[in-house]
Ligand binder design. Sequence first.
Ligand code: 4AD
Ligand code: MG
Length: 431
Amino acid sequence: MTHSTIFAFSKHVGEEVTFRGWVYNLRSSGKIAFLQIRDGSGFAQAIVSETAVPAPVWESTQKLTIESSVELTGTVSKHPKKEEYELQVSGLTVLQIAQEYPIGKKEHGPDFLLNERHLWLRAGTQWAIQRVRNTIINATYEYLNKEGYIKIDAPVLTPTSCEDTTELFELNYFDEGKAYLTQSGQLYLEAAMFSHGRVFDFGPVFRAEKSKTRRHLTEFWMMDAEAAFVDYIGNMDIQEGLMKYIVAAVLERNVVELGVLERNVAPLQTAVTKPFVRITHAEAVEKLHVLGSDIAADDDLGADDETILTQQYDVPMFIMKYPAKVKAFYMKPDPEDSSRVLCSDLLAPEGYGEIIGGSQRIDDYDLLVRKMEEFNLPRAPFEWYLDLRKYGSVPHSGFGYGLERITAWITGTKHIRETIPFPRMINRITP
Ligand code: 4AD
Ligand code: MG
Protein backbone atom coordinates (compact mmCIF):
# COMPACT_ATOMS: atom_id res chain seq x y z
CA MET A 1 0.00 0.00 0.00
CA THR A 2 1.44 3.35 -1.12
CA HIS A 3 0.51 6.85 0.03
CA SER A 4 -0.41 8.92 -3.00
CA THR A 5 -2.12 12.06 -4.19
CA ILE A 6 -4.73 12.14 -6.92
CA PHE A 7 -2.24 14.06 -9.07
CA ALA A 8 0.14 11.07 -8.85
CA PHE A 9 -2.51 8.41 -9.59
CA SER A 10 -1.21 8.03 -13.17
CA LYS A 11 1.95 6.46 -11.73
CA HIS A 12 -0.01 3.93 -9.65
CA VAL A 13 -2.50 2.37 -12.07
CA GLY A 14 -3.29 -1.16 -10.91
CA GLU A 15 -1.75 -0.55 -7.46
CA GLU A 16 -3.35 -0.15 -4.07
CA VAL A 17 -2.97 3.40 -2.66
CA THR A 18 -4.07 5.34 0.39
CA PHE A 19 -4.86 9.07 0.35
CA ARG A 20 -6.89 11.67 2.23
CA GLY A 21 -9.34 14.26 1.00
CA TRP A 22 -12.88 15.59 0.91
CA VAL A 23 -16.12 14.25 -0.58
CA TYR A 24 -17.15 17.05 -2.90
CA ASN A 25 -20.09 15.16 -4.30
CA LEU A 26 -21.68 11.75 -3.92
CA ARG A 27 -24.46 9.60 -5.26
CA SER A 28 -25.57 6.11 -4.53
CA SER A 29 -27.34 3.52 -6.62
CA GLY A 30 -28.36 0.62 -4.43
CA LYS A 31 -25.28 -1.37 -3.61
CA ILE A 32 -22.76 1.03 -5.16
CA ALA A 33 -21.73 4.48 -3.93
CA PHE A 34 -19.91 6.93 -6.22
CA LEU A 35 -17.81 9.42 -4.26
CA GLN A 36 -16.28 12.44 -6.00
CA ILE A 37 -13.11 13.09 -4.04
CA ARG A 38 -10.93 16.22 -3.95
CA ASP A 39 -7.53 16.03 -2.26
CA GLY A 40 -6.00 19.39 -3.17
CA SER A 41 -3.92 17.98 -6.00
CA GLY A 42 -6.92 16.98 -8.12
CA PHE A 43 -10.29 15.26 -8.42
CA ALA A 44 -11.11 11.56 -8.76
CA GLN A 45 -14.06 9.23 -8.44
CA ALA A 46 -13.98 6.58 -5.71
CA ILE A 47 -16.34 3.63 -6.09
CA VAL A 48 -17.52 1.75 -3.02
CA SER A 49 -19.31 -1.50 -3.67
CA GLU A 50 -21.24 -3.06 -0.79
CA THR A 51 -20.17 -6.57 -1.81
CA ALA A 52 -16.46 -5.66 -2.09
CA VAL A 53 -15.90 -3.95 1.27
CA PRO A 54 -16.21 -5.05 4.92
CA ALA A 55 -19.62 -4.20 6.44
CA PRO A 56 -18.28 -1.31 8.67
CA VAL A 57 -16.82 0.41 5.58
CA TRP A 58 -20.18 0.25 3.81
CA GLU A 59 -21.90 1.61 6.94
CA SER A 60 -19.46 4.55 7.08
CA THR A 61 -20.07 5.25 3.41
CA GLN A 62 -23.80 5.56 4.09
CA LYS A 63 -23.12 8.33 6.62
CA LEU A 64 -21.05 10.50 4.29
CA THR A 65 -22.20 14.01 3.41
CA ILE A 66 -20.85 16.62 1.01
CA GLU A 67 -17.47 17.95 2.26
CA SER A 68 -16.94 15.16 4.79
CA SER A 69 -13.23 14.41 5.17
CA VAL A 70 -12.02 10.84 4.63
CA GLU A 71 -9.04 8.55 4.27
CA LEU A 72 -9.44 6.08 1.43
CA THR A 73 -7.62 2.95 0.34
CA GLY A 74 -8.21 1.28 -2.98
CA THR A 75 -6.93 0.23 -6.37
CA VAL A 76 -6.34 2.86 -9.05
CA SER A 77 -7.72 2.42 -12.55
CA LYS A 78 -7.64 4.74 -15.56
CA HIS A 79 -10.67 5.92 -17.48
CA PRO A 80 -10.57 4.06 -20.84
CA LYS A 81 -10.70 7.28 -22.90
CA LYS A 82 -9.99 10.29 -20.67
CA GLU A 83 -7.05 11.35 -18.45
CA GLU A 84 -9.19 10.56 -15.41
CA TYR A 85 -8.55 8.07 -12.63
CA GLU A 86 -10.85 6.03 -10.46
CA LEU A 87 -10.41 4.18 -7.22
CA GLN A 88 -12.03 0.84 -6.40
CA VAL A 89 -12.33 1.32 -2.65
CA SER A 90 -11.26 -1.39 -0.20
CA GLY A 91 -11.02 0.74 2.96
CA LEU A 92 -12.54 4.03 4.17
CA THR A 93 -12.00 5.94 7.41
CA VAL A 94 -14.20 8.92 8.21
CA LEU A 95 -12.18 11.87 9.56
CA GLN A 96 -15.19 14.14 10.01
CA ILE A 97 -18.82 14.02 8.89
CA ALA A 98 -19.53 17.50 7.55
CA GLN A 99 -22.63 19.43 8.57
CA GLU A 100 -25.07 20.28 5.81
CA TYR A 101 -22.95 22.20 3.28
CA PRO A 102 -24.37 25.63 2.38
CA ILE A 103 -23.20 25.49 -1.21
CA GLY A 104 -25.45 22.92 -2.83
CA LYS A 105 -25.75 21.52 -6.28
CA LYS A 106 -28.25 24.16 -7.41
CA GLU A 107 -27.19 27.39 -9.09
CA HIS A 108 -26.28 30.17 -6.67
CA GLY A 109 -26.03 33.90 -7.43
CA PRO A 110 -22.69 35.73 -7.19
CA ASP A 111 -23.58 37.56 -3.96
CA PHE A 112 -24.40 34.33 -2.18
CA LEU A 113 -21.18 32.72 -3.39
CA LEU A 114 -19.07 35.76 -2.45
CA ASN A 115 -20.54 35.70 1.06
CA GLU A 116 -19.48 32.03 1.22
CA ARG A 117 -16.10 32.75 -0.38
CA HIS A 118 -14.26 30.88 2.40
CA LEU A 119 -16.12 27.73 1.26
CA TRP A 120 -16.58 28.58 -2.43
CA LEU A 121 -12.77 28.41 -2.83
CA ARG A 122 -13.21 24.60 -2.72
CA ALA A 123 -15.33 24.47 -5.90
CA GLY A 124 -13.70 22.91 -8.96
CA THR A 125 -13.64 26.12 -11.01
CA GLN A 126 -12.24 28.14 -8.10
CA TRP A 127 -9.61 25.46 -7.45
CA ALA A 128 -8.58 25.64 -11.11
CA ILE A 129 -8.41 29.45 -11.20
CA GLN A 130 -6.11 29.65 -8.15
CA ARG A 131 -3.81 26.99 -9.61
CA VAL A 132 -3.49 28.92 -12.87
CA ARG A 133 -2.83 32.09 -10.84
CA ASN A 134 -0.04 30.21 -9.06
CA THR A 135 1.53 29.25 -12.40
CA ILE A 136 1.34 32.88 -13.59
CA ILE A 137 3.17 34.02 -10.43
CA ASN A 138 5.88 31.37 -10.76
CA ALA A 139 6.33 31.97 -14.50
CA THR A 140 6.74 35.69 -13.85
CA TYR A 141 9.58 35.10 -11.40
CA GLU A 142 11.19 32.57 -13.76
CA TYR A 143 11.07 34.84 -16.80
CA LEU A 144 12.25 38.00 -15.06
CA ASN A 145 15.08 36.25 -13.23
CA LYS A 146 16.16 34.73 -16.56
CA GLU A 147 16.16 38.24 -18.10
CA GLY A 148 18.44 39.58 -15.35
CA TYR A 149 15.86 41.20 -13.08
CA ILE A 150 16.11 40.94 -9.33
CA LYS A 151 13.16 41.15 -6.96
CA ILE A 152 12.99 44.32 -4.87
CA ASP A 153 10.20 44.75 -2.33
CA ALA A 154 8.55 48.16 -2.44
CA PRO A 155 6.86 49.60 0.67
CA VAL A 156 3.10 49.44 1.14
CA LEU A 157 2.88 52.54 3.39
CA THR A 158 3.91 55.60 1.41
CA PRO A 159 3.94 59.38 1.85
CA THR A 160 2.86 60.09 -1.76
CA SER A 161 0.69 58.95 -4.64
CA CYS A 162 2.10 57.07 -7.62
CA GLU A 163 -0.90 57.21 -9.92
CA ASP A 164 -4.14 59.22 -9.76
CA THR A 165 -4.28 61.17 -6.47
CA THR A 166 -8.08 60.78 -6.30
CA GLU A 167 -7.78 57.02 -5.77
CA LEU A 168 -5.72 56.97 -2.57
CA PHE A 169 -6.51 55.12 0.64
CA GLU A 170 -5.45 57.56 3.33
CA LEU A 171 -4.47 56.91 6.94
CA ASN A 172 -3.03 58.84 9.86
CA TYR A 173 0.62 58.06 10.42
CA PHE A 174 1.62 58.98 13.98
CA ASP A 175 3.26 62.44 14.10
CA GLU A 176 4.20 62.31 10.43
CA GLY A 177 0.75 63.27 9.19
CA LYS A 178 -1.03 61.52 6.34
CA ALA A 179 0.19 58.30 4.77
CA TYR A 180 -1.28 56.30 1.89
CA LEU A 181 -1.52 52.68 0.89
CA THR A 182 0.60 52.19 -2.21
CA GLN A 183 -0.98 52.27 -5.68
CA SER A 184 2.15 50.80 -7.32
CA GLY A 185 5.76 50.27 -6.27
CA GLN A 186 7.07 51.90 -9.42
CA LEU A 187 8.70 55.01 -7.97
CA TYR A 188 10.68 52.92 -5.46
CA LEU A 189 11.70 50.51 -8.20
CA GLU A 190 13.10 53.41 -10.17
CA ALA A 191 15.39 54.15 -7.20
CA ALA A 192 16.51 50.51 -6.91
CA MET A 193 17.09 50.33 -10.68
CA PHE A 194 20.10 52.64 -10.27
CA SER A 195 21.64 49.98 -8.04
CA HIS A 196 20.66 46.81 -9.93
CA GLY A 197 19.83 47.81 -13.51
CA ARG A 198 16.74 45.61 -13.74
CA VAL A 199 14.29 45.16 -10.87
CA PHE A 200 10.75 44.02 -10.19
CA ASP A 201 8.35 43.96 -7.28
CA PHE A 202 5.24 41.89 -6.62
CA GLY A 203 2.69 42.72 -4.01
CA PRO A 204 -0.74 44.00 -3.07
CA VAL A 205 -1.64 47.54 -4.17
CA PHE A 206 -4.66 49.63 -3.32
CA ARG A 207 -6.99 51.86 -5.30
CA ALA A 208 -9.90 53.67 -3.69
CA GLU A 209 -11.55 53.76 -7.10
CA LYS A 210 -15.30 54.21 -7.06
CA SER A 211 -15.50 51.86 -10.07
CA LYS A 212 -17.90 48.97 -9.76
CA THR A 213 -16.96 47.03 -12.88
CA ARG A 214 -15.90 43.50 -13.65
CA ARG A 215 -12.30 44.76 -13.98
CA HIS A 216 -11.87 46.66 -10.71
CA LEU A 217 -10.83 45.63 -7.23
CA THR A 218 -9.80 48.02 -4.44
CA GLU A 219 -6.97 45.66 -3.43
CA PHE A 220 -5.16 43.71 -6.13
CA TRP A 221 -1.73 42.26 -6.87
CA MET A 222 0.63 44.13 -9.12
CA MET A 223 3.99 43.23 -10.57
CA ASP A 224 6.03 46.31 -11.51
CA ALA A 225 9.23 45.93 -13.53
CA GLU A 226 11.77 48.66 -14.26
CA ALA A 227 14.87 48.56 -16.50
CA ALA A 228 17.71 50.98 -17.24
CA PHE A 229 18.69 51.76 -20.84
CA VAL A 230 15.38 50.51 -22.23
CA ASP A 231 13.13 52.75 -24.34
CA TYR A 232 9.37 52.40 -24.74
CA ILE A 233 9.79 49.98 -27.69
CA GLY A 234 12.19 47.73 -25.75
CA ASN A 235 9.72 47.96 -22.88
CA MET A 236 7.01 46.40 -25.07
CA ASP A 237 9.41 43.67 -26.26
CA ILE A 238 10.02 42.66 -22.62
CA GLN A 239 6.28 42.63 -21.86
CA GLU A 240 5.54 40.54 -24.94
CA GLY A 241 8.27 38.05 -23.99
CA LEU A 242 6.92 37.83 -20.46
CA MET A 243 3.31 37.31 -21.52
CA LYS A 244 4.25 34.64 -24.08
CA TYR A 245 6.27 32.82 -21.41
CA ILE A 246 3.40 33.00 -18.90
CA VAL A 247 0.75 31.75 -21.33
CA ALA A 248 3.01 28.93 -22.56
CA ALA A 249 3.66 27.90 -18.94
CA VAL A 250 -0.08 27.72 -18.18
CA LEU A 251 -0.78 25.73 -21.37
CA GLU A 252 1.93 23.27 -20.38
CA ARG A 253 1.34 22.99 -16.62
CA ASN A 254 -2.42 23.48 -16.22
CA VAL A 255 -4.01 21.14 -18.77
CA VAL A 256 -6.37 19.70 -16.13
CA GLU A 257 -7.31 23.12 -14.76
CA LEU A 258 -8.03 24.59 -18.21
CA GLY A 259 -10.20 21.51 -18.83
CA VAL A 260 -12.15 22.05 -15.58
CA LEU A 261 -12.70 25.67 -16.67
CA GLU A 262 -13.72 24.55 -20.18
CA ARG A 263 -11.32 27.21 -21.47
CA ASN A 264 -10.96 27.35 -25.24
CA VAL A 265 -7.17 27.20 -25.52
CA ALA A 266 -6.95 28.32 -29.19
CA PRO A 267 -6.62 32.06 -28.35
CA LEU A 268 -3.95 31.22 -25.77
CA GLN A 269 -1.97 29.15 -28.27
CA THR A 270 -2.21 32.02 -30.77
CA ALA A 271 -0.89 34.49 -28.16
CA VAL A 272 2.20 32.30 -27.71
CA THR A 273 2.99 31.91 -31.42
CA LYS A 274 1.84 35.13 -33.14
CA PRO A 275 3.38 38.60 -32.63
CA PHE A 276 1.22 41.02 -30.62
CA VAL A 277 -0.42 43.92 -32.46
CA ARG A 278 1.10 47.38 -31.87
CA ILE A 279 -0.87 50.51 -32.84
CA THR A 280 -0.89 54.11 -31.63
CA HIS A 281 -3.70 55.68 -29.65
CA ALA A 282 -4.45 57.89 -32.71
CA GLU A 283 -4.82 54.77 -34.90
CA ALA A 284 -6.98 53.12 -32.24
CA VAL A 285 -9.30 56.14 -32.14
CA GLU A 286 -9.66 55.99 -35.94
CA LYS A 287 -10.56 52.30 -35.78
CA LEU A 288 -12.98 52.93 -32.93
CA HIS A 289 -14.80 55.58 -34.96
CA VAL A 290 -15.30 53.05 -37.75
CA LEU A 291 -16.59 50.60 -35.11
CA GLY A 292 -19.17 53.15 -33.92
CA SER A 293 -17.48 54.70 -30.85
CA ASP A 294 -17.69 58.47 -30.30
CA ILE A 295 -14.34 58.66 -28.46
CA ALA A 296 -12.59 62.06 -28.83
CA ALA A 297 -9.03 62.28 -30.18
CA ASP A 298 -7.61 63.17 -26.75
CA ASP A 299 -9.78 60.82 -24.64
CA ASP A 300 -8.61 57.83 -22.64
CA LEU A 301 -10.00 54.53 -23.93
CA GLY A 302 -13.11 53.57 -21.98
CA ALA A 303 -13.84 49.98 -20.95
CA ASP A 304 -16.30 49.63 -23.87
CA ASP A 305 -13.72 50.98 -26.32
CA GLU A 306 -11.18 48.42 -25.10
CA THR A 307 -13.76 45.64 -25.40
CA ILE A 308 -14.75 46.35 -28.98
CA LEU A 309 -11.17 47.04 -30.04
CA THR A 310 -9.77 43.79 -28.65
CA GLN A 311 -12.54 41.80 -30.29
CA GLN A 312 -11.02 42.81 -33.65
CA TYR A 313 -7.77 40.91 -33.06
CA ASP A 314 -6.90 37.38 -32.01
CA VAL A 315 -3.75 38.40 -30.08
CA PRO A 316 -3.01 40.89 -27.28
CA MET A 317 -2.49 44.45 -28.56
CA PHE A 318 -0.34 47.36 -27.43
CA ILE A 319 -1.85 50.83 -27.67
CA MET A 320 1.04 53.31 -27.77
CA LYS A 321 1.38 57.06 -27.26
CA TYR A 322 -1.73 58.10 -25.33
CA PRO A 323 -2.51 61.79 -24.84
CA ALA A 324 -0.30 63.10 -22.01
CA LYS A 325 -3.28 64.52 -20.12
CA VAL A 326 -4.87 61.08 -19.49
CA LYS A 327 -1.64 59.46 -18.21
CA ALA A 328 0.61 59.80 -15.14
CA PHE A 329 3.08 62.65 -14.52
CA TYR A 330 6.24 60.55 -14.88
CA MET A 331 5.76 59.50 -18.53
CA LYS A 332 8.23 60.85 -21.08
CA PRO A 333 6.70 63.10 -23.74
CA ASP A 334 6.90 61.93 -27.36
CA PRO A 335 9.68 64.03 -29.00
CA GLU A 336 7.56 64.10 -32.21
CA ASP A 337 4.41 65.39 -30.45
CA SER A 338 4.67 66.73 -26.90
CA SER A 339 0.91 66.35 -26.34
CA ARG A 340 1.49 62.57 -26.25
CA VAL A 341 3.67 60.31 -24.10
CA LEU A 342 5.93 57.32 -24.85
CA CYS A 343 3.67 54.81 -23.15
CA SER A 344 1.85 51.61 -23.98
CA ASP A 345 -1.12 49.79 -22.53
CA LEU A 346 -1.34 46.08 -23.30
CA LEU A 347 -4.91 44.94 -23.95
CA ALA A 348 -5.85 41.26 -23.74
CA PRO A 349 -8.01 39.84 -26.54
CA GLU A 350 -11.52 38.40 -26.32
CA GLY A 351 -12.85 41.65 -24.87
CA TYR A 352 -10.72 41.55 -21.69
CA GLY A 353 -8.94 44.89 -22.17
CA GLU A 354 -6.02 46.45 -20.25
CA ILE A 355 -3.75 44.02 -18.41
CA ILE A 356 -0.48 46.02 -18.38
CA GLY A 357 0.36 49.73 -18.22
CA GLY A 358 3.89 50.92 -18.97
CA SER A 359 6.02 53.76 -20.29
CA GLN A 360 9.40 55.28 -20.77
CA ARG A 361 10.03 57.63 -17.81
CA ILE A 362 11.03 61.29 -17.81
CA ASP A 363 14.79 61.28 -17.16
CA ASP A 364 15.35 65.06 -17.25
CA TYR A 365 15.25 66.85 -13.90
CA ASP A 366 13.78 70.18 -15.08
CA LEU A 367 11.10 68.56 -17.20
CA LEU A 368 10.04 66.31 -14.32
CA VAL A 369 9.75 69.33 -12.02
CA ARG A 370 7.58 71.13 -14.59
CA LYS A 371 5.34 68.08 -15.05
CA MET A 372 4.86 67.72 -11.30
CA GLU A 373 3.82 71.35 -11.11
CA GLU A 374 1.33 70.82 -13.95
CA PHE A 375 -0.12 67.87 -12.02
CA ASN A 376 -0.27 69.94 -8.79
CA LEU A 377 1.87 67.44 -6.93
CA PRO A 378 3.50 68.57 -3.65
CA ARG A 379 7.25 68.96 -3.97
CA ALA A 380 8.55 67.84 -0.56
CA PRO A 381 7.45 64.17 -0.52
CA PHE A 382 8.84 63.72 -4.04
CA GLU A 383 12.31 65.25 -3.41
CA TRP A 384 13.87 61.81 -3.19
CA TYR A 385 12.30 60.85 -6.53
CA LEU A 386 13.67 64.02 -8.15
CA ASP A 387 17.12 63.20 -6.73
CA LEU A 388 17.21 60.15 -9.02
CA ARG A 389 17.43 62.56 -11.99
CA LYS A 390 20.37 64.44 -10.41
CA TYR A 391 22.80 61.55 -10.06
CA GLY A 392 23.51 59.59 -13.22
CA SER A 393 20.08 59.85 -14.84
CA VAL A 394 19.59 57.42 -17.74
CA PRO A 395 16.81 56.56 -20.17
CA HIS A 396 14.64 53.92 -18.53
CA SER A 397 11.27 52.27 -18.83
CA GLY A 398 8.98 50.00 -16.90
CA PHE A 399 5.55 48.53 -16.65
CA GLY A 400 3.08 47.11 -14.16
CA TYR A 401 0.72 44.20 -14.62
CA GLY A 402 -2.50 43.39 -12.81
CA LEU A 403 -2.31 39.75 -11.72
CA GLU A 404 -6.09 39.36 -11.48
CA ARG A 405 -6.71 40.84 -14.93
CA ILE A 406 -4.16 38.45 -16.47
CA THR A 407 -5.60 35.50 -14.56
CA ALA A 408 -9.13 36.46 -15.68
CA TRP A 409 -8.12 36.49 -19.34
CA ILE A 410 -6.08 33.27 -19.27
CA THR A 411 -8.74 31.33 -17.34
CA GLY A 412 -11.61 32.89 -19.32
CA THR A 413 -13.21 34.26 -16.13
CA LYS A 414 -15.58 37.12 -16.79
CA HIS A 415 -15.32 39.00 -13.48
CA ILE A 416 -11.91 39.47 -11.85
CA ARG A 417 -13.36 39.05 -8.34
CA GLU A 418 -13.12 35.26 -8.85
CA THR A 419 -9.39 35.41 -9.58
CA ILE A 420 -8.28 36.66 -6.13
CA PRO A 421 -8.83 34.46 -3.07
CA PHE A 422 -10.64 37.11 -1.03
CA PRO A 423 -11.83 39.99 -3.22
CA ARG A 424 -12.08 43.55 -1.91
CA MET A 425 -14.46 45.80 -3.80
CA ILE A 426 -16.13 49.08 -2.89
CA ASN A 427 -19.11 47.18 -1.48
CA ARG A 428 -17.29 44.14 -0.06
CA ILE A 429 -14.65 43.58 2.63
CA THR A 430 -15.82 40.20 4.02
CA PRO A 431 -15.06 37.39 4.45
O1 4AD B 1 -2.04 51.13 -15.38
P1 4AD B 1 -1.68 51.20 -13.93
O2 4AD B 1 -2.42 52.16 -13.10
O3 4AD B 1 -0.11 51.49 -13.92
C1 4AD B 1 0.66 51.73 -12.79
O4 4AD B 1 0.28 51.68 -11.66
C2 4AD B 1 2.11 51.93 -13.13
N1 4AD B 1 2.77 52.61 -11.98
C3 4AD B 1 2.76 50.61 -13.43
C4 4AD B 1 4.19 50.73 -13.82
O5 4AD B 1 4.50 51.35 -14.82
N2 4AD B 1 5.10 50.16 -13.04
O6 4AD B 1 -1.85 49.75 -13.28
C5 4AD B 1 -1.16 48.64 -13.80
C6 4AD B 1 -2.10 47.49 -14.03
C7 4AD B 1 -3.21 47.75 -15.03
O7 4AD B 1 -2.78 47.57 -16.35
C8 4AD B 1 -4.24 46.71 -14.62
O8 4AD B 1 -3.90 45.43 -15.15
C9 4AD B 1 -4.07 46.65 -13.12
O9 4AD B 1 -2.79 47.17 -12.82
N3 4AD B 1 -5.10 47.46 -12.43
C10 4AD B 1 -6.13 46.94 -11.73
N4 4AD B 1 -6.50 45.67 -11.49
C11 4AD B 1 -7.59 45.46 -10.72
N5 4AD B 1 -8.31 46.45 -10.16
C12 4AD B 1 -7.99 47.75 -10.36
N6 4AD B 1 -8.70 48.71 -9.78
C13 4AD B 1 -6.84 48.04 -11.19
N7 4AD B 1 -6.22 49.17 -11.58
C14 4AD B 1 -5.18 48.79 -12.32
MG1 MG C 1 -3.41 51.83 -16.73
